[in-house]
Design a protein around this ligand. Sequence first.
Ligand SMILES: Nc1ncnc2c1ncn2[C@@H]1O[C@H](COP(=O)(O)OP(=O)(O)OP(=O)(O)O)[C@@H](O)[C@H]1O
Ligand SMILES: [Mg+2]
Length: 424
Amino acid sequence: MLNHIQSLPRCHQESLRHLNDARETEEDPYESLYQAEDPSAPEPVKVDKSNMLLIGPTGVGKTYILDKKINVPFSICDCNSFTQAGYIGQDVESCIERLLIESNYDIKATEHGIVVLDEFDKIARRETTTGRDVGGEGVQQALLKLVEGTKVTINVKDNRSSRSTPPITTNFGGGGSSTAQVTPPGGKVDQFTIDTTNILFVFCGAFVGLDKSVLRRVAKPSVGFGGKVEGRTTVAGTKQALPQELFSHLPHYTAASAPSFTPLDLTTPEDLQAFGFIPELIGRLHNVCALSPLSTDDLFRILTEPRNSLAAQYIALFETYPSRLNFTEKALYAIAERAEKSGTGARALKMEMERVLAEPMFDAPMPHVLITEACVRGLEKPLYWGKDGRFELDRRLQEEELNPRPATHPSPFEQYREAGQSGG
Ligand SMILES: Nc1ncnc2c1ncn2[C@@H]1O[C@H](COP(=O)(O)OP(=O)(O)OP(=O)(O)O)[C@@H](O)[C@H]1O
Ligand SMILES: [Mg+2]
């Protein structure tokens, strides 16, 4: 290995040697990434986190896209359960506790984790009869220090003895300031202090009605000189006919991408303040991202493409009856179209599926079930065939393809032979 290193340019030799040393001396391959800096070297620039707020209509996948397995500790908490400290409900610090559990009680890993606070819009200020808003503004005030960076002390109940891993495994070397405070003689750690400065906070919520207040602000008066007709909101989403110049300051704006922007993209801190958030908290959110409502094509892809897509789920369910469930492509597209109109995003797909399949589920088992476009639109009943119905089924499936394929002219003899073999 060393001979090989010597034949390389000097800088490569150095890095290879480092890599080699690291491999021989340390068990954890990531340890070398977090090694303490050389004291004589100048301090590297510290890059701060940028918290994020995701806004989008219900069912567009805000929670879904965040719920992925990534390599840092990650926890999703629901803001609905938070209350101000001292009241019945969870304190905001419980989200850090969840993160600590996710990272297997590794303090340094927790301090570099991601906390997603879902349903963030539900802690907007509310009018209460008592004058005290412990679930809304009180929670926002409690979040202030947590989001910016504070030390949170967490007491962990001693039910962790069944864990297989050691209590604290710090993969992150230098750089951190917090330590476990109480270490009883038995070696168990009950109290953790977590510094939240480097924890990334991602907030998301549907913010129903926010688009209307944005529109009210940006739309020109509809009466008087120079007045334009104000765009109207739909229940489903926020597709508006706003002038495209309004979006030109936004990142990723091009003439081609312009139609995909919605009024929610124009959200400013004032709009959020009007929605019921205190300016101190809004100032701590550095990015506001709006998700567009899902189009029919998006819904069609969600319905058919993922491995656990709804279509695949219901086909698998019918196999257990046992029955073969078939959808024509046009039927699936019609389901997507109807779901789009309902205004609840991708969740409406399931509702449509349940509606369409309620009768076949009741009538099952039968060998073949076909759902056609007319059936989705309520003009026809689902079609059932016995074992000999395969030909008719294939013909109907081909008839309702979205992009009909050119006919391949299979020889009728082969068709009959195939049918004979399968008993159809
Ligand atoms: N892009 C997508 N790909 C696949 N499935 C999706 C996608 N978007 C949404 N879904 C489906 O829709 C369901 C609902 O999405 P999700 O829970 O993320 O909604 P949401 O935007 O968080 O809505 P809410 O504001 O009501 O909480 C998901 O469980 C998932 O099955
Ligand atoms: Mg959600």
